[in-house]
Design a protein around this ligand. Structure first.
Ligand code: BGP
Length: 459
């Protein structure tokens, strides 16, 4: 073994409720924004495939968890669907959902697979979105109630908790760049939602601490290191500002307990500071995370703006930078994302130097590939490209650990091919392929490779 990882390193994968459970209208589940949006605009989704069935985990979790064991997982992250546990997002708890999540947790524990439970993965209950979603403070309070319910119900067995996955994605998708429901393009609302999400996270953490749950609680952020086109001061400033908006607006309150002063000043200057209450800031200050999940797919490359933005156009974070396509960059052509393995190291060094070396782990990293059946050989997908992708990232992660970064695990996105937000089953990410006609699962070559990595605690 050339690259040995620390003892008790977490090897596993991550998934989310909407993307794998299916049974969208069964088991007493309420509607979430994805069910609703698909009903309204099915053609927005790749091949017209929606979230009703996905990978049928709701009915197949037992065999799937057994497969996790077979490929050496010692941990697995999934999310609880708010609309399944509490249809409508407030009021009575749905007993069928309690039974389901209890079973999933117990089944994982039976195989010594540590359940990592995330409370929110882009799936706002429809009724709460009708009230404005996280624009609305009442919804923030209801989220905290829901979180408390989860700790009460499952906190005796679940030790690893997360409040949100990638809180910036609903902000960008739903409120800035029009690629997710509710398709609003309004920076003021976007900042309000971002701020309220971080408040909701801190309120959930405060319940967790009051209940004295024996475990850890964190948040999962997709960190995108911002690299400037050149060392020219204007490019450096552009990269600095992109980092401020897209990383630090979440990372700083989560880990340090406060929003960056520079961001606050900037939003004040442009009259876009979200509405807040003084007492919120104390809640945020006092309820920082124990652990940080880092999702890493791609960096952000940035340059100074070519043109001064028209002051009459609506305010956007992009007033401060342009994206830059670095010549010769390595791409995942299917997803259109740059592959830059060293980014994972840069993130970890930043956490070490500027965020008190907070305990962290890679909570998502992975490679989505279209038409993967092209790589079928003797009934198995030979996904050497995925093995190389993982190796490349693990090598840099290993270097970060050697240099003292407090990194405790690596989870691939994802366990088995699953449904993605707009792309449905276009790009496949799993260790296991899923045949959508039969729901049959077949391990890819990477699954066996990863099993060895987990068993050897390195490669
Ligand atoms: C992350 C999400 C996941 C997953 C992944 C892959 O942003 O947390 O839910 O979907 O990206 O991206 P995509 O499915 O869009 O290709």
């Amino acid at each position: 073994v050339q690259y040995k990882f620390p003892d008790n390193f977490w090897w596993g994968s991550a998934a989310s409720a909407t993307q794998m459970e299916g049974a969208a209208h069964e088991g007493g589940k309420g509607e979430n924004i994805w069910d609703h949006w698909y009903k309204r605009e099915p053609n927005r989704f790749f091949d017209g495939v929606g979230p009703e069935t996905t990978s049928d985990f709701y009915y197949r979790y037992k065999e799937d968890i057994q497969r996790m064991k077979e490929i050496g997982h010692n941990s697995f992250r999934f999310s609880i669907s708010w609309a399944r546990l509490i249809p409508g997002g407030e009021g009575e708890v749905n007993q069928e959902a309690v039974n389901f999540y209890n079973d999933v947790i117990n089944e994982l524990l039976k195989y010594d697979i540590e359940p990592f439970v995330n409370l929110y993965h882009f799936d706002m209950p429809k009724e709460q979105q009708d009230k404005g979603g996280f624009e609305n403070r009442d919804v923030v309070a209801l989220f905290a109630e829901y979180a408390k319910q989860c700790f009460d119900l499952f906190g005796d067995r679940v030790k690893m908790w997360f409040t949100f996955n990638e809180p910036i994605v609903p902000v960008e998708g739903g409120y800035l760049y029009d690629f997710h429901y509710p398709n609003i393009v309004d920076a003021q609302k976007a900042f309000q939602v971002a701020y309220h999400t971080m408040l909701a996270s801190a309120l959930a953490i405060s319940h967790f601490r009051k209940l004295d749950i024996k475990g850890q609680i964190g948040i999962i952020l997709n960190l995108t290191p911002s690299y400037p086109r050149s060392q020219h001061p204007a490019d450096l400033k552009a990269a600095h500002r992109a980092d401020l908006f897209f990383n630090r607006s979440f990372l700083d309150p989560a880990v340090l307990g406060e929003f960056p002063t520079e961001l606050i000043e900037l939003l004040k200057e442009y009259e876009h500071l979200p509405a807040y209450k003084e007492e919120d800031l104390t809640v945020i200050k006092e309820n920082t995370v124990d652990i940080l999940g880092v999702n890493y797919y791609q960096p952000r490359r940035v340059k100074a703006k070519d043109h001064v933005p028209n002051p009459d156009s609506p305010f956007m974070p992009d007033w401060f930078f342009d994206n830059y396509e670095m010549p010769g960059r390595k791409m995942n052509p299917y997803r259109g994302w740059e592959i830059y393995e060293k980014g994972i190291y840069d993130i970890m060094i930043n956490l070490k130097n500027n965020y008190g070396n907070i305990p962290s782990f890679i909570s998502e990293n992975g490679m989505g590939v279209q038409d993967e059946h092209r790589f079928l050989k003797d009934g198995r997908i030979e996904d050497d490209y995925r093995i190389n992708f993982i190796k490349g990232h693990l090598t840099w992660l290993h270097k970060a650990i050697e240099e003292g970064c407090h990194t405790k695990g690596y989870h691939l996105w994802t366990f088995m091919d699953n449904w993605s937000w707009m792309n449905a089953y276009k790009n496949r990410y799993g260790f296991y392929s899923v045949n959508l006609e039969t729901q049959e699962r077949t391990a890819k070559k990477s699954a066996y490779w990863f099993k060895e990595v987990a068993e050897n605690n390195g490669f």
